[in-house]
Design a protein around this ligand. Structure first.
Ligand code: GLU
Length: 530
C-alpha cells in the first residue's frame, strides 16, 4: 500500500477540494426504502446518436425486472466520453423510451432523489470518492503522457507481456508527495489511477445468477479512474460510484462487460461496499451472409440494428417488444397463444432463465408478431395508431390517407367484425396504408396487364345500385354471369381488378360499400373508356 496524499495535495491534484466526504454521500443517497425483493435496475446507454436494438432489449429487461418486483428502474446517461458525444443523442434515447413505453421511474427527464442522471453532472460524486481513495493510498495521480504510454505498450508487445499499466510499468504508482508537486508545478495534469493490489495468479469467484459459478484472475492493472483531459470518470469508476450511490441492486448489462467483472468486484471490495448482483445478457446476433457465421447486429451495416428504423417503418412497438421478450422469457409465446391478453408486463420474467447464448435475429418472426398484434386491434385503435404514425413519419400521401379518419375506419374495418377471422396481412402502419391505397383516387393504380371482359363490366353498370343489400347485389352478379356466359367468380374478379387494380383484395361487396357508388362507377367506366 502506498502512502496516502494529504488534503491540500488532493485538492491540487483534483483541481479543487472534494465537495463531500463518503459519509456525506452515504447520507445524501441513503439506502432505498423498498419491499424485500424489489429490484433497482438501470440502463446506462452512452449517447452516441444511435439507439441499438440491443439497448432497447436491455431497457425492456431492466424495466420489466424492476416493475415486476415493485422496484425502481433508472435511466442513466453515460456521457463521460466527451469525444464520442453527438448533439441530440440523448433525445434519440428518450424518444425510444417514450415510443416503446419504457419510461424510467428515475431519469434525465423526470429526475429523482438519486440523480443527476447524467454522468457528466456527477463529477462532484466521483471526485469525492476518488479523493478518499487518494487519501487512503488506494489511488494515485499518474502523469504518463499518451506518447509514454504508447512506448510502454510497444515494449510490452515486443516482450510478449500483457499490455496496460501495472506493476513495474506503472511508473508513477509510488511517487512521493514532493515528486507529485514537482509534476504539478510543471503544469502537468494527471489522470487518477487505481493502485491495484490484485495478482493475476489469484482467482476471483462469482456466482452469476444466470451463468452460475464464474472464475476470473484478479485484476492487476492500475486502471484509470479519472481521466486527465476532462476530469470525468472511466466507465469502471462511474459504474462503482453510481451503482453504489444510486443503490442499484441488479446490474444487468451486455455480455461484453463480463471480462471486467473481476475489476468491478475488486473496486466494490476495496470500498467495503456490497456489490450489486450482475447479469450479463447475451447479444442479439445475425447470420453474416458472406461468412455464414453468427455475429452481433452491426450498427454500420444492419438496418435492423437501429431502433429508430422500427419506428420510422411503423412496426407496432408492442410487437417489437413481444419479439424481444420472447427471446429473454421462454414460454411467453405459448402462453400468449393460450391466453391472448398475456403481455410482457403480466408474464413473469425469471432471471434464472435469461438465456446465456446469443439469439439469432429473425425478421420473419418479428413480422409474425407484428401481424398478430395488428390483427388483434379493434378498428378504432388501428386507425388511431396508423394515423399517429402517418402524421409523424408518413409521406404526404400517407397523411392524406389518414386525414379523413371516418373513411379510413371504414376502409380498415373491412373483414374486421369477426375478431376470430381477422385478416393478418398488415405488418406495419406504413404497409397497412400501402395495402389499402387503392381506396384513394390519387393513389389508385389501375391494372395494366389484366384482360377484362368488358361485357361483364358493362352489364354490371346497367344493373348496379349502390343501395343494394348483399343478397340483391350477389343475385345481380349471378345474373351477369349467366347473361355473359362466364363463372360467378370471373364476374367478381373483373370487378375486383377494375376497382382495386389487383386480384387479391378483401371482400368485394364491402369494398364497394366503402368506396360508394360514384367511385365504383368511375373506376369501371375508367376501364371501359380505355
Ligand atoms: N454504457 C454502457 C454500455 O452502453 C453501459 C453498460 C452498463 O449497463 O453498465 O454498454
Amino acid at each position: 500500500m502506498r502512502q496516502g496524499l494529504d488534503k491540500d495535495l488532493i485538492a491540487r491534484v483534483l483541481g479543487a477540494a472534494p465537495k463531500y466526504t463518503l459519509a456525506e454521500l452515504e447520507e445524501k443517497f441513503p439506502p432505498r426504502n423498498l419491499p424485500d425483493g424489489a429490484m433497482v435496475t438501470r440502463v446506462a446507454p452512452s449517447p452516441t446518436g444511435f439507439m441499438h436494438l440491443g439497448t432497447l432489449y436491455q431497457m425492456m429487461i431492466a424495466k420489466k425486472l424492476a416493475s415486476q418486483s415493485d422496484g425502481v428502474f433508472m435511466l442513466r446517461i453515460e456521457d463521460t466520453d466527451t469525444k464520442r458525444e453527438v448533439a441530440g443523442a440523448v433525445d434519440v434515447i428518450l424518444k425510444c423510451a417514450h415510443a416503446f413505453n419504457l419510461l424510467p421511474d428515475e431519469g434525465p427527464e423526470n429526475g429523482g432523489e438519486y440523480g443527476p442522471y447524467y454522468q457528466s453532472m456527477r463529477k462532484e460524486v466521483y471526485h469525492s470518492v476518488v479523493a478518499e481513495l487518494l487519501a487512503r493510498g488506494l489511488a494515485y495521480p499518474c502523469f504518463l503522457t499518451a506518447e509514454e504510454m504508447d512506448e510502454i505498450r510497444e515494449r510490452q508487445k515486443a516482450a510478449g507481456f500483457a499490455t496496460g499499466i501495472y506493476g513495474e510499468f506503472a511508473r508513477d504508482r509510488d511517487l512521493t508527495a514532493d515528486e507529485i508537486i514537482a509534476h504539478l508545478d510543471n503544469g502537468e495534469v494527471p489522470s487518477i489511477r487505481l493502485y491495484s493490489t490484485g495478482n493475476k495468479d489469484n482467482k476471483v469467484i462469482y456466482n452469476d445468477k444466470v451463468r452460475g459459478r464464474l472464475v476470473f484472475p484478479e485484476n492487476e492493472e492500475d486502471i484509470v479512474l479519472i481521466k486527465s483531459n476532462d476530469g470525468l470518470p472511466t466507465y469502471h469508476f462511474a459504474h462503482l460510484c453510481d451503482d453504489h450511490f444510486m443503490r442499484t441492486t441488479l446490474v444487468q448489462r451486455g455480455e461484453e462487460w463480463l471480462s471486467s467483472l473481476n475489476l468491478h468486484l475488486q473496486l466494490f471490495r476495496m470500498m467495503g461496499w456490497n456489490a450489486p448482483e450482475y447479469i450479463h445478457v447475451a447479444t442479439i446476433n445475425k447470420l453474416d451472409e458472406t461468412t455464414g457465421n453468427s455475429r452481433k447486429l452491426s450498427k454500420r451495416t444492419d438496418p435492423e440494428a437501429n431502433t429508430l428504423h422500427y419506428l420510422q417503418d411503423g412496426y407496432p412497438q408492442e410487437a417489437v417488444l413481444n419479439y424481444l421478450f420472447n427471446i429473454v422469457a421462454a414460454g411467453f409465446e405459448e402462453e400468449k397463444n393460450k391466453k391472448p391478453d398475456t403481455t410482457i408486463w403480466n408474464y413473469p420474467l425469471r432471471v434464472k432463465k435469461i438465456p446465456t447464448s446469443s439469439a439469432l435475429f429473425n425478421m420473419d418472426k418479428l413480422e409474425w408478431w407484428a401481424k398478430e398484434f395488428i390483427g388483434s386491434l379493434p378498428v378504432d385503435e388501428l386507425v388511431a395508431r396508423v394515423a399517429s404514425w402517418a402524421n409523424e413519419y408518413g409521406s404526404d400521401d400517407n397523411k392524406m390517407q389518414v386525414a379523413d379518419e371516418k373513411y379510413l375506419a371504414a376502409v380498415l374495418g373491412i373483414e374486421r367484425d369477426n375478431p376470430k377471422r381477422v385478416r393478418k396481412d398488415f405488418i406495419t402502419w406504413h404497409q397497412t396504408l400501402e395495402n389499402v391505397a387503392f381506396f384513394w383516387d390519387k393513389l389508385f393504380q389501375p391494372a395494366t396487364d389484366y384482360e377484362y371482359n368488358t361485357d361483364v363490366l358493362r352489364a354490371f353498370l346497367e344493373t348496379y345500385n349502390p343501395a343494394d343489400d348483399k343478397d340483391t347485389w350477389w343475385n345481380k352478379i349471378v345474373a351477369i354471369a349467366e347473361k355473359t356466359g362466364v363463372k360467378n367468380g370471373d364476374v367478381a374478379m373483373n370487378l375486383r381488378v377494375a376497382l382495386a387494380g389487383r386480384t387479391n383484395t378483401p371482400d368485394l361487396y364491402s369494398i364497394m360499400t366503402v368506396m360508394g357508388g360514384d367511385m365504383v362507377m368511375e373506376r369501371i367506366k375508367g376501364v371501359l373508356d380505355d
